[in-house]
Design a binder for this molecule. Structure first.
Ligand code: 13P
Ligand code: SF4
Length: 346
């Protein structure tokens, strides 16, 4: 990674590319030449989602990264997601178009402070949200994502004390869903925290028949207004299957691209921020990747995820526990069959 003195919201500079180059065609050529798979999260730019081999939530993407026989994984998401791919598939080259694509939750949880937090609670099991660094994973007992966390926590003995990091909103939601008390790390997602309760109430009044689907990284006052709470995949499924013709979506608006592709007959409205605008909730980290940077990453096989082997091996254990304890992947739904070019998990 480049020097750590940059502002975390500042992307790497866009590469200078000969304007005569057809970027899409080159990405396609290089993907075959390199035996590469392009994995993309639902929050990526629509052009990246459309060129990817597979689009999914963080659990789907980790499963795909563990199972692929490609030599190269071009991971279009944020750094912790690409690190998971490398932890699970160390023999593969994993490139991330912009190595600065971090995450505010990862940022909120420095490994040394997390280790101290753990040691202060020696009788608690450490359940950690996948949105954290490899070094924090290495100090964890079980990793979870928003799609498997409830099912995993429900498998723990009832008297097992739990500490949960780094997202306090997801932690509070899990605590309520599972009926278990948890010691929570105080991290938040700067994107999901920005939805405005007041503006959402106004929007609901404007569209009284539109259900609200929200990600559990949102604060409780937003979740209390939601008809469905779940991971990005589950939000996508809900939005496609709901009988309502308008759905309000309280997560990063990149996901609306897949909703509109799957259900062009419906209207999807991004939940508003404090200024009533829906665009303030774009993840600045996800937005750092671009088609140009993806092309350069496939061309140069840089920037690559490189992990210390001791950290990787320690981080692998809680990730393997997560995969073993996760409910089986949901079968493809009507939503996914709409796509013919790109596999989309729903
Ligand atoms: P998902 O696991 O639902 O894809 O969420 C990842 C994330 O970063 C949400 O902000
Ligand atoms: Fe991290 Fe929030 Fe961006 Fe997800 S949306 S990657 S949690 S900053």
């Amino acid at each position: 990674m480049d020097d750590m003195t940059f502002n975390i919201f500042e992307p790497s500079p866009e590469p200078v590319i000969d304007p005569a180059i057809d970027i899409e065609a080159e990405i396609d050529r290089l993907r075959h030449e390199r035996n590469a798979i392009i994995l993309a999260h639902y929050y990526q730019d629509p052009a990246i989602q459309d060129i990817a081999d597979f689009v999914g939530d963080s659990l789907d993407l980790s499963r795909k990264a563990a199972a692929t026989d490609a030599d190269v994984i071009a991971f279009c998401g944020v750094r912790f997601m690409a690190e998971v791919a490398k932890i699970l598939s160390p023999e593969k080259t994993v490139v991330l178009p912009d190595m600065r694509a971090g995450c505010s939750l990862e940022e909120s949880c420095p490994p040394e402070e997390f280790a101290a937090f753990r040691h202060a609670h020696p009788d608690h099991i450490a359940i950690t949200y996948v949105n954290c660094s490899a070094a924090v994973k290495a100090e964890t007992d079980i990793i979870v994502t928003s799609s498997n966390a409830v099912a995993i926590i429900n498998q723990l003995p009832k008297d097992q004390k739990i500490l949960f990091a780094p997202d306090r909103h997801l932690g509070a939601w899990l605590s309520e869903k599972s009926g278990r008390e948890m010691v929570l790390w105080p991290g938040t997602c700067i994107v999901h925290e920005r939805f405005s309760e007041r503006e959402l109430i106004k929007l609901k009044a404007q569209y009284p028949d539109a259900p609200v689907a929200a990600h559990p990284e949102c604060p409780v006052q937003i979740l209390d207004l939601a008809d469905h709470v779940g991971s990005t995949s589950s939000i996508l499924k809900f939005a496609g299957e709901s009988t309502a013709d308008t759905v309000i979506v309280a997560t990063e608006p990149g996901i609306i691209h897949q909703m509109q592709k799957a259900r062009p007959d419906k209207t999807f409205i991004g939940a508003p921020g404090a200024d009533g605008n829906c665009n303030c909730n774009m993840c600045p980290f996800m937005a750092m990747n671009s088609m140009e940077k993806l092309y350069v990453a496939l061309r140069d096989l840089e920037p690559q995820i490189v992990l210390d082997e001791d950290v990787r091996l320690r981080a692998l254990k809680p990730l393997q526990r997560m995969l073993e304890m996760s409910p089986a992947a949901a079968p493809a739904t009507d939503l996914s069959t709409v796509h013919t070019d790109t596999a989309v998990s729903a």
